[in-house]
Design a protein around this ligand. Structure first.
Ligand SMILES: *Cc1c(COP(=O)(O)O)cnc(C)c1O
Length: 398
């Protein structure tokens, strides 16, 4: 049975045809596959979010897209950075960013990596357990720490629940221990799950945050900030709420939960900041059928699950796919080029694309600026890692 996708690509939802032609002009001579990043879009996203959430400091989650040009642009705009490893710390500090603008947001850390971060001037750490607090107290004395609590992640396309955080009763213990060990217990964080469609998930999480604020206050520890995490969505093949709606609604929840004693907030957008800025360009390698009498069409393109599209796992993230061919649309199963049978992106719900597509055609995966290039494997089957080009640089070099 063919389950046809209910989705057909419409360019107007992403850019004008004029803009697309410009993009094509700079991408035409590049060998596929690659992602082309438009920095103007990253800048706009940053500005939109600053306007929507003026009370919150923005800590860009570097893992979403650590391209130097992206980091530079955000650093120039005054962004803070959520970093997860000593490597991300070095990458951001090498741009001349002051270490006071960094948050070591990974709750899973080696003692020597904490010491390294401390030696570089990092003084803000995320934690979620007593063992980690002891490591921080020993290797980064007197630093500020915030405790991550578990959020359920319902409504997120790419949930991050369970692995990180602890329940509020445990968070109270963790922060109390931090305080006793001479650290500055300063806040609570959560992540509602990546690509979160339901703004109300922030409300659920904030009520749990409040439990921790009250529990620590009873012990004489005054927390002063809430880290609202990431999770702000981008436009894949469904419309999403306006950025301004997120800001307004989350602030309403803050008032509901904290009354007139509203703590400072920070946010850690990753996907939101860079997702929309990228277009992944692939070439159709092969089109085939498995049965002599008909059956479904398989389309193999020159990148796949091991070439940056791992978020198609379980068909969680459905990228908008564009072909320049027109005419009758038929359902395709879309798969990657490697010799691993897991390398199928879309099969359960195939994509409707033009029947006229030929081998050698280019296919454009929109909204691929986040969580693609860094997930790409290194020479599996000999395929080189997914390349990135920066649109602005292409323009300059012409
Ligand atoms: C990955 C991550 C983020 C970014 O999440 P998005 O859903 O991409 O916005 C933010 N904070 C932490 C701690 C993360 O690990």
């Amino acid at each position: 049975m063919v389950i046809a996708s209910d989705y057909e690509f419409e360019m107007e939802n992403y850019m004008s045809f004029e803009e697309f032609d410009k993009f094509k002009k700079f991408s035409i001579d590049k060998q596929t596959p690659f992602v082309m990043i438009d920095l103007d879009i990253v800048a706009k996203k940053y500005d939109d979010l600053s306007k929507a959430m003026p009370q919150s400091d923005i800590y860009y989650a570097v893992k979403a897209n650590p391209e130097i040009e992206v980091l530079k642009l955000l650093a120039d705009k005054g962004s803070f950075f959520d970093v997860a490893t000593i490597y991300e710390i070095d990458r951001v500090l090498e741009l001349g960013v002051d270490p006071s603008r960094l948050s070591f947001g990974n709750t899973i850390k080696k003692a020597r990596d904490i010491a390294y971060a401390y030696s570089k001037g990092v003084r803000l750490f995320s934690t979620d357990c007593e063992s980690d607090v002891r490591k921080i107290a020993e290797n980064a004395p007197e630093s500020r720490v915030f405790c991550r609590i578990i959020a359920e992640g319902i409504g997120a396309s790419w949930p991050l629940s369970r692995k990180f955080g602890c329940y509020p009763d445990m968070a109270i213990e963790v922060l109390t221990l931090a305080h006793q060990l001479g650290l500055k217990a300063c806040g609570v964080s959560f992540h509602v799950g990546s690509q979160q469609y339901y703004i109300s998930q922030w409300r659920e999480a904030l009520w749990d945050v409040k439990i921790v604020f009250d529990g620590t206050a009873e012990r004489g520890i005054k927390l002063d900030f809430v880290n609202l995490g990431g999770g702000f969505p981008v436009r894949y093949n469904h419309p999403i709420p306006e950025t301004i709606a997120y800001g307004a609604e989350i602030m309403e929840y803050m008032v509901e939960v904290f009354g007139d004693d509203i703590p400072k907030t920070i946010i850690e957008p990753g996907r939101y900041m860079t997702g929309d800025s990228g277009i992944l360009v692939t070439e159709v390698v092969q089109i085939s059928k498995k049965e002599a009498g008909g059956g479904r069409s398989w389309m193999y393109v020159d990148t796949g699950k091991f070439g940056g599209l791992i978020e198609t796992l379980d068909e969680c993230i459905r990228y908008p796919i564009y072909s320049e061919r027109t005419g009758k649309m038929i359902p395709y199963i879309i798969a990657g080029p490697t010799c691993d049978s897991a390398d199928i992106m879309y099969e359960k719900a195939p994509y409707m694309l033009p029947e006229a597509i030929h081998e050698g055609d280019r296919l454009y995966f929109f909204t691929t600026g986040a969580y693609t290039t860094t997930y790409s494997s290194v020479y599996f089957n000999g395929f080189p890692p997914l390349e990135t080009y920066i649109l602005q640089k292409c323009k300059e070099s012409q």
